[in-house]
Write a protein that binds this ligand. Structure first.
Ligand code: 5BU
Length: 267
């Protein structure tokens, strides 16, 4: 199948290379799964990525939770992602002024050198996106920002006029390839898709085949519902890495998300 066929209007409306790379990888692996590889040891993280890689469309990290992080070890994570052509997404949730964000994109972890996508809050104002883009330009790489328009956690404050302003700004900035939406509440997601339109992606955490409440205020919705409501990438952590058989679990999430995309597009 060709990406244009399954992604329909999203493909036509989005020609940013990063977005096209994601949609192509998802079509090839028949999966909309972005693995939240929340492992705290380098060897565990690498083993996980290598084992489930073929069922993924993207890989998400929290580099600062890895206890034995090294630059050399991280190059292996990047290589494992490249092997199956996955975008590497650092869920850093930047929130500072633009100039500091640019520095944070470098710093100890050198995020700009290996991440294709990062998350940012717009709470400090629109220059944060320019800070991220400037950092990628510093190292001669392309990258894209996913702005947090919603969150999956209980009691979060990303709603109403604030969320509206995030979407309004992000829709007009070339560096913003998409938004984070709440995968646990299809009705909120549908509303977000209405505000975003077709020209940006929506990636959704808070997704699990077992719907309900998770640990510490996390909430889960079903991957099929999230995709039908307008999600382009389901972010799944514990549903895969805490499963008895992560490989089988990753395949199940891939299947559920892909079938929902086919249903959504009528392909
Ligand atoms: P889980 O194990 O599937 O619950 O992991 C979810 C991941 O998505 C985890 O890495 C969170 O940091 C991330 N996340 C989230 O859960 N909710 C949000 O609103 C955002 C990110 Br933004």
């Amino acid at each position: 199948m060709e990406p244009a066929e399954v992604w329909g209007e999203r493909w036509a409306a989005m020609n940013a290379p990063i977005a096209r790379q994601y949609m192509t990888a998802a079509t090839r692996s028949q999966s909309l799964v972005c693995l939240a590889a929340d492992r705290t040891k380098m060897s565990d993280l690498l083993a996980l990525v290598r084992s489930v890689g073929p069922s993924l469309a993207a890989l998400k990290t929290h580099v600062d939770v890895v206890e034995d992080w090294t630059k050399e070890g991280w190059a292996e994570v990047r290589a494992a992602a490249d092997e199956v052509d996955l975008l590497l997404f650092e869920d850093r949730k930047f929130a500072d002024i633009g100039g500091i964000t640019q520095k944070q994109m470098h710093g100890l972890y050198g995020v700009a050198e290996w991440a294709d996508l990062v998350t940012a809050h717009l709470i400090s104002g629109p220059d944060i996106v320019d800070g991220c883009m400037a950092a990628w330009a510093d190292v001669g790489r392309d990258g894209g920002v996913l702005l947090l328009a919603q969150m999956s956690s209980r009691g979060n404050l990303l709603a109403g006029p604030y969320s509206d302003a995030v979407v309004a700004h992000g829709r007009g900035h070339d560096g913003v390839v998409g938004f984070i939406g709440n995968g646990s509440r299809p009705e909120e997601l549908r509303d977000l898709r209405g505000r975003v339109g077709e020209g940006r992606m929506i990636w959704t955490p808070g997704v699990n085949l077992a719907v309900g409440d998770g640990a510490m205020g996390q909430r889960y919705g079903h991957p099929r519902e999230a995709v039908l409501a307008g999600s382009d990438a389901i972010i799944v952590g514990s549903g895969i890495h805490k499963a008895e058989d992560p490989v089988a679990a990753a395949k199940a999430y891939a299947e559920a998300s892909w079938q929902a995309l086919l249903e959504r597009s009528g392909a």
